[in-house]
Design a protein around this ligand. Structure first.
Ligand SMILES: NC(=O)c1ccc[n+]([C@@H]2O[C@H](COP(=O)([O-])OP(=O)(O)OC[C@H]3O[C@@H](n4cnc5c(N)ncnc54)[C@H](O)[C@@H]3O)[C@@H](O)[C@H]2O)c1
Length: 249
């Protein structure tokens, strides 16, 4: 199957990292389905890609709701064909601003805003596409994770980190389950990216060996590699994009 025949679903692709991934996949000929909970953002992103002469459709839905995801993915596949590539990108605190607070002080009511989008959202979308990928004998699942999911940090993001670690470990198990069916499952773990407020990033950038923050284009490059034929023997792995940092990145 050539790239021109493939269909990719990128979650949370209305802006920033997800949009960078969507643009990259579209640029190599893939039909990209732009998911976002914000329908206007999804449509604006899809139309900006179409204006460049590439294939993109908006696919707005809330990835945290299992029934919604199964129904929406079913409808998309019935209309356009099977989804070959899933990029689980939507994350952070979902639709709310990330609230950095220690675990001991975090109200238990806040746990769900991290777990739902970063863990259940990944489970929902992966569940929706995986059987079809296995039946067709080819598929790529890539989950965008965080360095907070690989290591303990002192920046008060413990529940977010736990959700990211859970989603990353799900990929490792799934990789073993579906490897014989031609489907790979990998993780891209991000350090500090260029959409984080400068007051937080300024002191940290100086400690990053490459002296810059990561971008959506960096994430797009990693995803482009992981979906390539050259990466067909790479599965259950974590590709770390953090500018060479040893700690938070
Ligand atoms: N930005 C960073 O520094 C950084 C660092 C490490 C990891 N990450 C991870 O990278 C990914 C992308 O980060 P970003 O900073 O570009 O995110 P962002 O917050 O800028 O964008 C996320 C998008 O997801 C959408 N979204 C939120 N909840 C949704 C839901 N329930 N259903 C569908 N869409 C939903 C939002 O509307 C938004 O457009 C996330 O998984 C994040 O956890 C980011």
């Amino acid at each position: 199957m050539s790239q021109q025949e493939k269909i990719a679903l990128v979650t949370g692709a209305g802006q920033n990292m997800g949009l960078g991934v969507a643009r990259r996949l579209a640029a190599i000929g893939i039909h990209v389905l732009i998911n976002d909970i914000d329908a206007d953002k999804a449509e604006a992103a899809a139309s900006s890609i179409r204006e460049r002469g590439h294939k993109a459709s908006s696919a707005p839905f809330d990835i945290t709701d299992t029934a919604t995801v199964l129904k929406a993915v079913g409808a998309l596949e019935a209309e356009l064909g099977g989804i070959d590539i899933l990029v689980n990108n939507a994350g952070n605190a979902g639709t709310r601003a990330t609230h950095q607070i220690s675990f001991k002080d975090m109200p238990t009511e806040e746990w769900d805003m991290y777990l739902k989008v970063n863990l259940y959202g990944v489970m929902n979308c992966t569940k929706a596409v995986l059987s079809g990928m296995c039946d067709r004998g080819w598929g790529r699942v890539i989950t965008i994770s965080s360095e907070a999911g690989r290591q303990g940090l002192d920046i008060n993001v413990s529940v977010y980190g736990a959700a990211k670690a859970g989603a990353a470990h799900l990929m490792r198990h799934i990789a073993r389950e579906v490897g014989p069916d031609g489907v790979t499952a990998n993780v891209v773990s991000l350090g500090l990216m260029d959409n984080v407020p400068e007051e937080f990033t300024a002191p940290i950038v100086k400690t990053i060996p490459t002296r810059r923050l990561g971008s959506g284009d960096d994430v797009g490059s990693a995803v482009e590699y992981l979906i390539s034929d050259g990466a067909s023997w790479v599965t259950g792995q974590t590709l770390v994009l953090n500018g060479g940092s040893l700690a938070i990145g």
